[in-house]
Design a protein around this ligand. Structure first.
Ligand code: B4P
Length: 192
């Protein structure tokens, strides 16, 4: 199995690049953002709970997200590998993922960290808000809150994987194709 994490702040292009990477490498795409939005659209109890956090720019509680990831993993037995997009977002989630992968006798090979400065992120998210219909995109205050939550709760995840020597920084500003090529270069080197 080949498992990788695409890491970065909200709006850094994780979803955009994940779509291209799963197509090229045949990995299973596990985006907790997409899974949560599906729960919200289906109006499930989990979705209703998640919406109240997402709309405020906060993270959904760890136990909710970890349970959702475990179920998704079980649905894809025999997968060639996973691309984790937007997960883990806290150190508790990272520890839970390590435990889950250990049980399955596999591990994270690489953490690709998209580097984008905050002004560019806000610009992208304001732009996405014009067409996405996402309730967490429309308000600039909510976006600033998301960046603040990222710095406090998610950035420590990079340190967690740096201690395991798994993080590679990638310039996240440029055209989508330029960034995709940089990501592929690192992945191809690792898979050799
Ligand atoms: P996510 O769905 O993960 O999304 P995201 O961080 O907003 O965006 P992403 O980085 O994927 O950026 P994108 O490609 O769209 O999270 C949503 C919310 O769900 C979270 O805030 C949280 O509340 C909750 N959640 C999710 N996972 C969770 C977890 N594990 N624990 C707790 N809560 C969780 O790109 C952004 C925009 O930039 C797009 O418009 C795109 O077109 C544009 N763009 C992309 N690449 C570009 C480039 N190179 N140049 C210019 N623009 C570009």
């Amino acid at each position: 199995m080949f498992n990788l994490i695409l890491f970065g702040p909200p709006g850094s292009g994780k979803g955009t690049q994940s779509d291209k990477l799963v197509e090229k490498y045949g990995l299973i795409h596990l985006s907790t953002g997409n899974l949560l939005r599906k729960e919200i659209a289906d109006k499930t109890p989990l979705g209703l709970e998640a919406k109240s956090f997402i709309d405020k720019g906060q993270l959904v509680p760890d136990e909710v997200v970890i349970g959702m990831v475990d179920s998704y993993f079980d649905l894809h037995k025999g997968a060639p590998g996973f691309l984790f997009d937007g997960y883990p977002r806290t150190v508790a989630q990272a520890a839970a993922l390590d435990n889950l992968l250990e049980l399955k006798k596999t591990e994270i090979e690489l953490v690709l960290f998209l580097q984008v400065d905050e002004d560019e992120l806000i610009k992208r998210l304001v732009h996405r808000g014009k067409t996405s219909g996402r309730s967490d995109d429309t308000d600039e205050q909510v976006q600033r809150k998301r960046q603040e939550v990222y710095r406090k709760e998610t950035l420590p995840v990079a340190a967690f994987y740096t201690r395991q020597n798994k993080v590679v920084n990638i310039e996240g500003v440029g055209t989508v194709n330029e960034i995709f090529e940089s990501l592929c270069e690192v992945i191809d080197k690792k898979r050799k």
